[in-house]
Write a protein that binds this ligand. Structure first.
Ligand code: ATP
Ligand code: TZP
Ligand code: MG
Ligand code: MG
Length: 268
């Protein structure tokens, strides 16, 4: 995959403004909506079981995020996911905090059983938990992972028949056959809540315009990491509040030239 392909996909998102249906947690809803708008996509949040099938049907992408999951929302996610599947709308799943409590694990298993998920995005500890590997979870934050990150991601993709994205200092993207590592990003991202969750919605926006979901995911991760690097360069000395605002600015402003200059990734 070449950088010009990354730029082409970013431009397609900005030009076509895909509608992204987010079923996400109460912490990150506002940040997600503003982040998608800044990117050029069109966000909508809807979670009532009587409405979600119709919303998912007209969306370009559906995001299922279990950050503050409860039973009614889980039931609604399955209705939305099935509707998305029928209408060929790509589904992105973010298993926030899986393994922190039994309920999150059961909820994730239920979603993966009932819905054909195209892309799964979590921190490496969450991806490890998905395939029953040891990965420390403290609430929603990932900790130590015992095992090889690339092998874990590859195996998760094979086992779950989806494109899997495991994030951290390096981001790994695999469909079980093709595997990429993206080096972009900045540690300050871990100090602003919702940067992982927003990333999953951004991946949904890229999947809405690129049906090769590995390429969509790699492009989204490079773009997001470069956005963070440019925003951090301008604000890191001031603190996380300034960074969060500048990050939104750069979702709109990051240019083809900056992606070309700073994008850093490899195919294994
Ligand atoms: P957590 O809840 O553990 O923070 P998360 O779901 O927020 O996890 P992250 O793994 O933090 O997700 O990934 C969000 C973004 O932050 C990704 O773009 C990732 O590349 C980036 N990122 C995370 N840690 C680092 C790091 N140490 N250095 C650079 N970028 C990072
Ligand atoms: N609690 C439940 S969901 C959530 C918190 C703090 C947000 C998690 O956001 P992220 O993007 O995974 O760091
Ligand atoms: Mg985070
Ligand atoms: Mg997360």
């Amino acid at each position: 995959m070449e950088k010009h392909k990354v730029i082409e996909i970013v431009n397609r998102v900005r030009e076509t403004k895909p509608l992204i249906h987010n079923m996400t947690n109460i912490v990150v809803a506002n940040f997600t909506a503003n982040g998608l708008l800044a990117l050029g996509a069109s966000p909508v949040m809807a979670s009532y079981e009587g409405e979600v099938a119709d919303m998912a049907k007209i969306a370009g992408g559906l995001l299922l995020n279990i950050g503050t999951i409860h039973q009614q929302e889980l039931d609604a996610m399955i209705i939305a996911g099935k509707s998305a599947n029928v209408h060929q709308v790509p589904v992105v799943f973010d298993p926030v905090g899986i393994g922190a409590t039994p309920y999150r694990t059961i909820a994730s298993e239920k979603i993966l059983q009932e819905v054909n998920v195209s892309i799964i995005r979590g921190n490496l500890a969450e991806i490890s938990q998905l395939i029953g590997e040891q990965g420390e979870i403290k609430g929603v934050d990932g900790g130590e992972v015992y095992g090889n990150a690339i092998e874990i991601t590859r195996r998760a993709a094979e086992h779950l028949r989806a494109v899997v994205i495991a994030t951290g200092k390096d981001d790994i993207i695999s469909d079980g056959t093709r595997t990429f590592v993206v080096h972009n990003g900045h540690p300050i991202l871990t100090k602003v809540t919702g940067t992982g969750c927003l990333l999953s919605s951004v991946v949904a926006a890229f999947a809405a315009v690129e049906r090769d979901f590995v390429q969509a995911a790699v492009a989204a991760l490079i773009f997001y990491g470069v956005v963070a690097e440019v925003a951090a360069e301008k604000t890191v000395a001031n603190g996380t509040g300034s960074f969060q605002i500048e990050f939104l600015n750069q979702l709109s402003n990051v240019s083809a030239k900056e992606i070309e200059q700073y994008g850093s990734f490899e195919q294994l």
